[in-house]
Design a protein around this ligand. Structure first.
Ligand SMILES: Cc1ncc(COP(=O)(O)O)c(C=O)c1O
Length: 300
């Protein structure tokens, strides 16, 4: 999978995280929940293309996917949903980290088209699933022709010590959403799809006025460039390991410590590094826009 499209020479190097996947679709949106909305829409298109009338997504307890109607329905937290009923149809919820529960769904529900899951649950309490959970999810999705959709909005871009958290498992999802650290403060979300899922959105099927706008995309490219230039993913892994080592002597008194042990604790420091550079890139982009406007006014 190529994370970035080819661009001019000041664009970052392509990041290879898989092989042989030429069909990559990247849909840009303005924010986190919008990236997941795109993923949910993709899953439904995928289902309808297979003649499934009520395409159903499997989601998990304690998950968080956003606060739009579709994403709050996918979210496994009643507080986020309360007051906004009726929720949407087409979702089945299973316990997080429980691959067996997915197998039960597969035996009993005929209309499932996708699983949407976080590699590590963030808002739900930094819950780390069993180490082979994502591998089992991948296997089940392959067996039943479901899309494996990973919400890496919280875990992506170095936050677990790898560029993407699913790389710890050596698997590839069919669909992946990114946001948060992608813009490092500038609002941008992205939904990436490969294989069959990459060809589902035809022209006009998804979009928004400000989706893919040059300012936000420039900021995201700058974030990726800096992450690559400064080796921030490796730094995240190294700092995470150091912080965990410091934390260990007191960890015996803390029940939740194991649940935090895969988080690249270097991420906060990295965010500061990137933030400074993104601020100046954004300022430069804004200046450029002002210049364009001045020229346009002068011409008018
Ligand atoms: C995993 C995950 N997905 C989606 C979202 C939605 O983000 P937002 O509320 O910014 O739309 C969040 C926010 O914390 C998140 O952690």
């Amino acid at each position: 999978m190529e994370v970035l499209d080819e661009g001019n020479e000041d664009e970052p190097e392509l990041e290879q995280v898989g092989e042989g996947d030429e069909d990559i679709a990247l849909v840009g949106g303005l924010e986190c929940a919008e990236a997941n909305e795109a993923a949910i829409k993709l899953a439904r298109l995928y289902g309808h293309r297979r003649g499934i009338e009520l395409p159903t997504l499997v989601v998990t307890e304690a998950s968080f996917h956003g606060r739009t109607l579709a994403t709050l329905t996918a979210t496994g937290n009643r507080k986020v949903q309360a007051g906004f009923e009726p929720l949407m149809r087409g979702f089945i919820r299973v316990p997080y980290g429980d691959a067996e529960a997915l197998r039960v769904v597969a035996r009993n529900a005929g209309e499932v088209v996708a699983v949407l899951v976080e590699p590590v649950q963030g808002e739900g309490g930094v819950n780390i699933p069993p180490p082979d959970y994502l591998n089992r999810v991948r296997e089940i999705c392959d067996t039943h022709g479901w899309l494996m959709m990973l919400d890496e909005i919280q875990t992506g871009l170095g936050r677990t010590g790898r560029l993407f958290a699913h790389q710890h498992n050596g698997i590839l999802p069919d669909v992946m959403t990114l946001a948060k650290s992608l813009g490092n403060g500038v609002p941008i979300g992205a939904c990436l799809a490969r294989g069959e899922a990459a060809g589902l959105f035809g022209p006009g099927a998804h979009g928004s006025t400000f989706g893919g706008n040059p300012l936000a995309c420039r900021a995201a490219l700058t974030v990726l460039q800096i992450m690559e230039r400064d080796g921030l993913v490796a730094r995240s892994a190294a700092l995470g390991a150091r912080l965990l080592a410091l934390h260990r002597p007191v960890a015996q008194f803390e029940i939740r410590q194991p649940a935090r042990s895969r988080f690249g604790a270097g991420c906060a420091t990295n965010a500061l590094d990137v933030n400074r550079a993104v601020q100046s890139a954004t300022a430069a982009a804004l200046r450029a826009i002002q210049v364009v406007n001045k020229v346009a006014k002068a011409e008018a």
